[in-house]
Design a protein around this ligand. Structure first.
Ligand SMILES: Cc1ncc(C[n+]2csc(CCOP(=O)(O)OP(=O)(O)O)c2C)c(N)n1
Ligand SMILES: [Mg+2]
Length: 398
């Protein structure tokens, strides 16, 4: 099934294939590269009927025994994550946070993959994995300290096997690969997952991670959320083939999954993690999704993308489709949704109060934790900063 057929996408592509000289520069697609898509739940909330013995049926087997309770759990995770994210965006607008990177639209990709993990697995996120953090049990308020500028991270990575947020695009793919090589050397059967975006797929760090993980057969899953944009750069500027097909060149499987389908994301990630645990090496999962909001609160997407594109993706909303399925199959009633609404509001309140109560850090804390044993240059910078601070005392005293 192809998912590249929305009208907005087509119009954007035709616009972007014009070179500055006005000539058409249509990139020819290599043969046999028509993208596939693993989908278990349609945008209308219907379960997809997969042919027996098909590859999709194999993925589906990973969620075959999912209970109504677990389905409601996935829905709750997505709703609370979205509510938290909306609160953080508002807090930034009110001046309580310096910046926020919203995950709006990517809840299914993150909750589906996050719930596929075992406690002993290790996660290397970017800066947008608030839903995965939720699944790992990191308190959402801890995600906000860095965005308020009061700490450099906010949680102990080893407490929940969830590494600190990484802003240097793609670098965490290398960290994950190295960690996974260590896991293999230890003889453990846990797996490692690296999250990154479509834009990050162009980074050398990601290419090197693919090479190393393949030849060392490292137990790592590369989970690429293709949200169609790297700030203002569309995916067409990152690749000529669907991203998941890149894995083939490195010698490991790549799968494109409907990133707005929480069941499909759960199933495919479980399959990929099982491969890793079983000594079969890396897998690339491309979760085909959409960044519904701005890149960050400092960005204005109306400058570079059409409203129709967002509208087309709204019809594929990850939360709405699971709600339709829960309702149609009588797995959830009105009281469930009402209680969840109240829980969401309580979460929003808790987050707001926690952020406002965060104490300002000691001015010199920024010089801590740079080197384990200290460093002459850091000492010099600390002294310079102390002198700078003291200069204000002179002015105040005059
Ligand atoms: C090495 C590096 N280069 C550039 C940047 C600036 N930058 C921050 S986010 C971003 C785009 C990332 O896009 P993508 O990988 O698709 O992730 P998304 O933000 O869409 O989740 C860029 C270029 C950076 N942080 N690090
Ligand atoms: Mg992106």
């Amino acid at each position: 099934m192809t998912v590249e057929s929305t009208a907005a996408r087509t119009s954007r592509r035709s616009a972007s294939t014009k070179s500055t000289a006005g000539k058409r520069t249509t990139a020819k697609k290599p043969p046999g590269t028509e993208p596939e898509l693993v989908q278990l739940l349609t945008p209308e909330g219907k379960r997809v009927k997969n042919a027996r013995n098909s590859k999709n049926a194999e993925y589906e087997s990973y969620v075959a025994d999912i209970t109504p309770d677990e389905l409601r759990g996935l829905y709750r995770d997505m709703v609370l994550t979205r509510r938290f994210d909306a609160e953080a965006t508002s807090l930034q607008r009110q001046g309580e946070l310096g910046l926020w990177a919203s995950l709006l639209g990517q809840e299914a990709a993150q909750i589906g993959s996050g719930r596929a993990l075992r406690d002993d697995d290790y996660v290397f996120p970017t800066y947008r994995e608030h839903g995965v953090a939720w699944c790992r049990g990191v308190d959402p308020t801890n995600l906000l300290g860095m965005f308020r500028g009061v700490n450099n991270g906010g949680w102990d990575p080893n407490g929940n096997n969830f590494h600190l947020y990484t802003i240097v695009i793609g670098s965490q793919a290398l960290h994950a690969t190295g960690y996974a090589m260590g896991v293999a050397k230890d003889g453990a059967d846990s797996a490692v997952i690296a999250y990154f975006g479509d834009g990050a797929s162009s980074q050398g760090d990601v290419a090197e991670s693919f090479t190393f993980s393949a030849v060392y057969n490292a137990p790592v899953v590369f989970f690429c959320q293709n949200n169609q944009w790297a700030i203002s750069e569309p995916t067409e500027k990152q690749t000529r083939v669907p991203l998941y097909q890149r894995a083939q060149g490195y010698g490991f499987p790549g799968v494109r999954v409907d990133g707005n389908d929480v069941l499909a994301c759960l199933a495919v990630t479980k399959w990929a993690l099982e491969r890793a645990r079983g000594g079969e090496g890396p897998t690339l999962v491309e979760a085909y999704t959409y960044r519904m909001g701005a890149h960050t609160t400092s960005d204005d997407p109306t400058k570079y993308r059409a409203d129709e594109e967002r509208e087309a993706w709204e019809a594929k909303d990850p939360i709405l489709r699971l709600r339709r399925y829960l309702e149609d199959s009588n797995h959830a009633d009105e009281s469930f949704f009402a209680e969840l609404e109240a829980e969401s509001e309580a979460l929003g309140r808790r987050v707001r109060e926690a952020v406002r109560a965060m104490p300002d850090p000691d001015h010199f804390a920024i010089f801590e934790n740079v080197y384990a044993d200290g460093h002459a240059l850091v000492d010099e910078e600390r002294a310079q900063f102390a002198a700078y601070q003291a200069s204000f005392a002179d002015v105040e005293g005059a």
